[in-house]
Structure formats: structure tokens, C-alpha cells
Design a protein around this ligand. Structure first.
Ligand SMILES: CCCCC/C=C/C(=O)SCCNC(=O)CCNC(=O)[C@H](O)C(C)(C)COP(=O)(O)OP(=O)(O)OC[C@H]1O[C@@H](n2cnc3c(N)ncnc32)[C@H](O)[C@@H]1OP(=O)(O)O
Ligand SMILES: NC(=O)C1=CN([C@@H]2O[C@H](COP(=O)(O)OP(=O)(O)OC[C@H]3O[C@@H](n4cnc5c(N)ncnc54)[C@H](OP(=O)(O)O)[C@@H]3O)[C@@H](O)[C@H]2O)C=CC1
Length: 293
């Protein structure tokens, strides 16, 4: 990391600290998609520290099993279910198999890789949009239907990305899907508030971590070799900071917060320069030669 003359935003409290009272989530069950790795596991960790039981979902059994052991050590019951969130029938089975109907759903699973728009195949578009947007919708629909039928309240948190507002050069599929995910928050918050269901969004800024797929990690390393000093905060996010935000949004202290998307990115998405930086085409940023050659 480059030395900088400015302090940047202060570091957060250490892992294990919490703003919410101990036991806030005792007697509650939280379902986290993609809870076996990365930010999903970090979010699940903060709910577990506050007493929640968990259901974690993902496609890779080994990854889920390792996370189940790690999260289980925090004291709660952890159910791990292999499920591709593109499959609505499997999603119904996951809810059937859960020990209780989860009262919090964190739609964290998503798919992404950088690719110039003109190089993107139909399948590449489908894979990212089907997982990120349609998968999120399938999970949310199942959760909402079951709560409406039971007459019970619930809370949904959709994990997004700030290019839902700004557009995302090099990520046309993911940016379009995340815009849909954010829009779902706004629609469903209104539609389901009468039934006691809150729907909010949570947007991470730059949170590098070891579980990221190679396509994203490699891109960060190649195009952003000095990550911290390129953020207004002069640092990247710590995964627990996202977890704390999620536990607040689904907590009793945020009962009147719905239809809102909270951005946890140290103001990076608001960044503008007094003097514009030179424009570098996406192909060049990704180290690709001219199109068609
Ligand atoms: C730097 C700023 C970050 C911005 C903020 C957002 C961050 C994130 O979202 S990080 C989360 C990233 N996490 C993941 O993506 C995890 C899950 N990812 C995956 O499972 C795969 O990457 C997946 C998206 C490819 C989905 O897997 P699957 O359904 O098994 O898809 P296939 O392997 O069959 O591929 C489908 C289709 O996509 C093409 N493709 C795959 N990778 C790339 C790539 N790196 N570049 C270009 N195209 C890619 C693949 O070739 C297939 O297309 P066809 O060959 O035409 O069939
Ligand atoms: N890290 C960052 O800097 C940023 C992240 N985000 C968002 O944060 C969220 C978490 O990302 P992050 O932890 O970094 O990424 P990871 O790639 O580490 O995690 C993605 C998780 O989703 C699961 N998943 C992917 N596809 C499916 C599927 N079809 N069905 C079920 N589970 C699936 C993966 O498990 P498996 O492969 O085993 O299925 C994995 O556990 C995402 O929504 C992402 O868009 C947004 C901005 C920045």
C-alpha cells in the first residue's frame, strides 16, 4: 500500500465487537445465500455472534460444510443446503428442509466477471443475470409467499453494487442485474409492508477477500494495484463492517427502515474529480487488443 499524507477514514472496531445488544437475534433464523464464503460468510458471522441460527446456501458442498463448522463454533444451529438459486424447485426444498421458516433472508449470492460488452456471449449474460437478479427474485418470492401464508413478519436484505445507479463499464451484465436487484427492493418494500415484511438493500464498496473468484480478484490486482489509496477513505472495507450494517437493517432498531439501500463504501461511489482523468477504454483496461483482431 502506498504511504499517504492523509489519515483517511478511521479503522473500525475489532472483529467480535458489536453495536447491537448481545442476543439481539436469539430465537431468530437468518438465511444467507452464498453464506459459505466471502462477504456472505462475514454477514452470517455477525448474525451468529448476536445469537442467530443460520441457514447457508450455495452450490459447493465442501465450501458450505467448512463454513458450517466455522459458523457453528459461534454457538447457533447452522443448516447448510446445497442449492443453485436459479432453481425455484430446489429453493422450495431448502425452505421445506429448514428447521423453521427463516425470518431474515440475505440475498448475497451473485455472479460476476469483467468482460467488454462487445465480447460478452449470450450465455455469459444469462449466467450473471440469472444468478444475480433472477436467483434473488426466486429466493425472495419463496420467502415472501411463506410469510404471507403464515401471517408472520420478515426482513429481506438484497446485497447490491453501486453501479446499479452509475452503470458499470466492463460489467454490463452485473450492473444491469444489480439495478434490477435495487429496483426489487423499492417495489417489494411497498407491496409487502402491509404484511410486515421489510425489504432493504445493502451495497458493499471495495471489499477484497481471498474467496473472490479469480476473474474478479485478478482484475482488481491488475487494474487497481494500489487499492487503498484509490479510495476516498484511503482504505478498503473490512468484511465485518458490512456484517454490522446487515445486522442493523434486519434488527428491531430498524423496523421503520424499508425500501432503502445503504451503501457501505467510504463514499467511493460519489467520487468525482475536479480535473477529469483520461478516458481509457474498457478493452485497454482489461488488457485486450482491438475488437475482432
Ligand atoms: C471490480 C469491481 C467489482 C464490482 C462489484 C461486484 C462484485 C461481485 O459481484 S463479486 C462476486 C463474484 N462472485 C462470483 O461471480 C461467484 C460465482 N461465479 C460463478 O459461478 C461463475 O463466475 C459464473 C458467473 C461463470 C457462473 O457459473 P456457471 O453458471 O457455471 O457458468 P459457466 O461457467 O457455464 O459460464 C457461463 C458463460 O459465461 C462465460 N464466462 C464465464 N466466465 C467468464 C469470464 N471470466 N469472461 C468471459 N466470459 C465468461 C462462459 O464462457 C459461458 O459462456 P459460453 O462460453 O458462451 O457458454
Ligand atoms: N467483494 C466486493 O468487493 C463486492 C461484492 N459485492 C457483492 O457482494 C456479494 C458477495 O460477494 P463476494 O462475497 O465478494 O463474492 P464471492 O464470489 O466470494 O461469493 C459469492 C457467493 O455466492 C455463491 N453463489 C454464486 N452463484 C450461486 C448460485 N447460482 N446459487 C447459489 N449460490 C451461489 C457462491 O458459492 P458457490 O460458488 O459455492 O455457489 C459464493 O458463496 C455479491 O452480491 C456481490 O455482487 C458488491 C460489490 C463489491
Amino acid at each position: 500500500m502506498t504511504e499517504n499524507a492523509y489519515p483517511g477514514l478511521p479503522s473500525p472496531p475489532p472483529l467480535g465487537a458489536s453495536a447491537l445488544p448481545p442476543g439481539t437475534y436469539e430465537g431468530h433464523t437468518v438465511l444467507v445465500t452464498g453464506g459459505g464464503s466471502g462477504l456472505g460468510k462475514a454477514i452470517a458471522t455477525e448474525f451468529a455472534r448476536l445469537g442467530a441460527d443460520l441457514v447457508i446456501v450455495g452450490r459447493t458442498a465442501d465450501r458450505l460444510k467448512a463454513a458450517q463448522e466455522e459458523l457453528g463454533a459461534l454457538g447457533g444451529r447452522v443448516t447448510a443446503s446445497v442449492c443453485d438459486i436459479r432453481d425455484p424447485e430446489r429453493i422450495a426444498e431448502v425452505f421445506d428442509a429448514a428447521p423453521v421458516l427463516p425470518d431474515v433472508l440475505v440475498n448475497n449470492a451473485a455472479a460476476n466477471f469483467p468482460v467488454p460488452a462487445e465480447d460478452m456471449s449470450p450465455n455469459a449474460w444469462r449466467a450473471v443475470v440469472d444468478i444475480t437478479l433472477t436467483g434473488t427474485w426466486f429466493m425472495t418470492r419463496e420467502f415472501g409467499r411463506r410469510h404471507l401464508a403464515a401471517g408472520t413478519p420478515g426482513s429481506v436484505i438484497n446485497v447490491g453494487a453501486s453501479y446499479a445507479w452509475t452503470g458499470g463499464p466492463g460489467f454490463a451484465h452485473s450492473a444491469a442485474a444489480k439495478a434490477g436487484v435495487k429496483n426489487l427492493v423499492e417495489t417489494l418494500a411497498v407491496e409487502w409492508a402491509p404484511y410486515g415484511i421489510q425489504v432493504n438493500g445493502l451495497v458493499p464498496g471495495l471489499f477484497p477477500h481471498a474467496d473472490l473468484p479469480e476473474a474478479i480478484r485478478g482484475n482488481l490486482e491488475r487494474t487497481d494495484d494500489d487499492k487503498a489509496s484509490r479510495q476516498p477513505a484511503l482504505r478498503v472495507g473490512q468484511a465485518r463492517e458490512l456484517g454490522w450494517a446487515a445486522t442493523f437493517l434486519a434488527s428491531p432498531y430498524a423496523r421503520f427502515v424499508s425500501g432503502h439501500t445503504m451503501v457501505v463504501d467510504g463514499a467511493n461511489w460519489q467520487r468525482r474529480n475536479v480535473v477529469n482523468a483520461p478516458v481509457v477504454p474498457v478493452r485497454e483496461q482489461l488488457g485486450r487488443g482491438p475488437y475482432g483482431q
